[in-house]
Design a protein around this ligand. Structure first.
Ligand code: TRP
Length: 342
């Protein structure tokens, strides 16, 4: 039998995932994990996070928060085929990033839209080399595991494209398939969840309006309150109308309600026929909270168990390193580094 395909994704620890991350990505990862078809590597991108200065004490907590939340959402560190770990626990990421940096053009990195946007927004003296070479580290994350699939949103597409170019260049230089060509992983049937305050924009943790985004750890009152304040229209009709911008708010609430209840738009429309938006918004808030409540309960249990976190993270890092080492060795060998002969 051929080896199972490998799936890989990273998440920065600096913010708690929101319902858009959950329904748009994490829920699907759990599903493919449970189907057992893929070997999966999930890591907390703590090396990427230090392109911005982090408070050391807070940073440690955030890494553990993030880890516990992934586990609470259903990614199971005890499964053979799943590895969840912190990127900094596997130093192979940093080493491969250096090697790959020597196969990356200055011009390529200068053209990365995320770099251009972030560096334009930053103050003088805040644009460090880490921010510039961020995509090289990301390429290393991916290529190190010979990942076949990487889920990519629009903002990460260019980074995956770069990883592919670097892989092709390295393979060509040594005329060997050292790195597997990663493909974007397109998830079917996932809801694209938009901001509650500006439904033409994707829900984002960095949105300046605190009501725009529902975090997985928001308490019930906060969840309901955010949905109550969601932007809709003056029509007072729960009806899905694709591509109608005036309906974007209602469309978004219906998508969320549909993702949670697995009801079709026409069923939702019937259910709320003749009822105002108030009722509908409360219903969306309550059903969303019903889904995140068990995740929160599990989260608080895991999060308070430091031994659980430490042992599982160590196990995850060991599993990851075992998968990573052969690739790194091969790359070192191709480049021509000397072996010790003892
Ligand atoms: N840059 C990604 C983000 O901010 C996180 C990330 C780092 C990542 N390395 C990765 C995602 C490798 C996928 C694969 O969302």
């Amino acid at each position: 039998m051929s080896n199972p395909k490998r799936f890989l994704s990273g998440i920065q620890p600096t913010n708690i995932p929101h319902i858009g991350n959950y329904f748009g990505a994490i829920k699907n990862w759990v599903k493919s994990q449970d189907e057992g078809a893929l070997e999966a590597f999930y890591f907390i991108a703590d090396l990427h996070a230090i392109t911005v200065r982090q408070d050391p004490l807070k940073f440690k907590e955030q890494i553990m928060d993030c880890y516990s939340l992934l586990a609470a959402a259903g990614l199971d560190p005890d499964l053979e085929k799943t590895a969840i770990f912190a990127q900094s626990h596997v130093p192979e990421h940093s080493e491969l990033a250096w090697l790959l940096g020597c196969f990356t053009q200055f011009g390529e990195l200068s053209r990365m839209t995320q770099f251009k946007e972030k560096s334009e927004k930053s103050k003088e003296g805040e644009v460090n080399v880490g921010l510039f070479s961020y995509p090289v580290l990301q390429a290393a994350d991916i290529l190190l595991y010979q990942a076949n699939y990487v889920p990519v949103g629009k903002d990460q597409k260019q980074h995956l494209e770069l990883a592919r170019n670097i892989a092709a260049r390295f393979n060509q230089a040594y005329n060997d398939d050292v790195f597997t060509m990663p493909e974007p992983y397109i998830t079917q049937n996932t809801a694209k969840i938009m901001s509650l305050s500006d439904p033409l924009k994707k829900m984002s943790k960095s949105d300046s309006n605190p009501n725009s985004c529902v975090f997985l750890l928001d308490d019930k009152d906060t969840v309901i309150k955010k949905f109550k304040r969601a932007v809709t229209d003056s029509e007072a009709r729960v009806e899905y109308r694709e591509n109608d911008e005036t309906k974007a708010g209602v469309n978004n609430l219906m998508s969320i309600y549909g993702a949670v209840t697995e009801k079709s738009f026409s069923d939702i429309q019937k259910e709320f026929d003749g009822r105002g938006y108030g009722d509908f918004k409360t219903a969306v808030g309550e059903t969303v909270f019903d889904i995140i409540k068990p995740i929160q309960e599990k989260y608080y249990t895991l999060r308070s168990d430091r031994t659980y976190i430490d042992t599982r993270m160590k196990k995850g890092a060991d599993k990851a390193a075992k998968a990573a080492r052969p690739t790194l060795c091969k790359a070192r060998e191709k480049i021509g580094f000397l072996h010790y002969i003892i």
